[in-house]
Design a protein around this ligand. Structure first.
Ligand code: 4NP
Length: 158
């Protein structure tokens, strides 16, 4: 069965589109792309329809990740039903997602990205939006680490 994974941040222009691209890259490299549907969304609608932040795009492309998705707002009425794993980037995303959950099943699909970290000990993917280059690099470092752990977890659940 296809596993459906949705990455969620605030604006869906920095962290979650990067998580989407990093995770897609990992599953593709391992020949597992056919087993996954991977998407991203934001709890905020402000940037709906926009491409990823150009700063995030330029840091990502240096590591071979092309950010192609357009921002969209998380939709509790469809996304909780459709996706198996709904993965927030920070505590604020998690509390927003939890407040939108309609059922216990919905709550059970919510995870935090850093729960899958293997090497890093951060407990959130920090919002890079108002900071400088180092924040965008840190996002990618944390996501590369946690996406490997996420794939291991999903494969163990199968
Ligand atoms: P993201 O970053 O949640 O990683 O996409 C942000 C993007 C936009 C804003 C905040 C964070 N904003 O306030 O517009």
């Amino acid at each position: 069965m296809t596993k459906k994974v949705l990455f969620v941040c605030l604006g869906n222009i920095c962290r979650s589109p990067s998580a989407e691209a990093v995770f897609k890259g990992i599953v593709r490299k391992k020949g597992l792309a056919g087993g996954f549907e991977i998407d991203s969304a934001g709890t905020l609608g402000w940037h709906a329809g926009e491409p990823a932040d150009p700063r995030m795009q330029s840091h990502a492309i240096k590591r071979g990740y092309k950010l192609t998705s357009l921002s969209r707002q998380f939709n509790p009425d469809t996304d909780f039903d459709y996706f198996d794993y709904i993965i927030g980037m920070d505590d604020s995303n998690i509390s927003n997602l939890r407040s939108m959950a309609r059922t216990k099943d919905d709550l059970g699909k919510i995870y935090k990205m850093t729960d899958f970290s293997r090497e890093f000990t951060f407990d959130e993917i920090p919002d890079p939006y108002y900071g400088g280059d180092a924040g965008f690099e840190l996002v990618l470092d944390l996501l590369e680490d946690a996406c490997e752990g996420l794939l291991e977890t999903i494969r163990a659940d199968l």
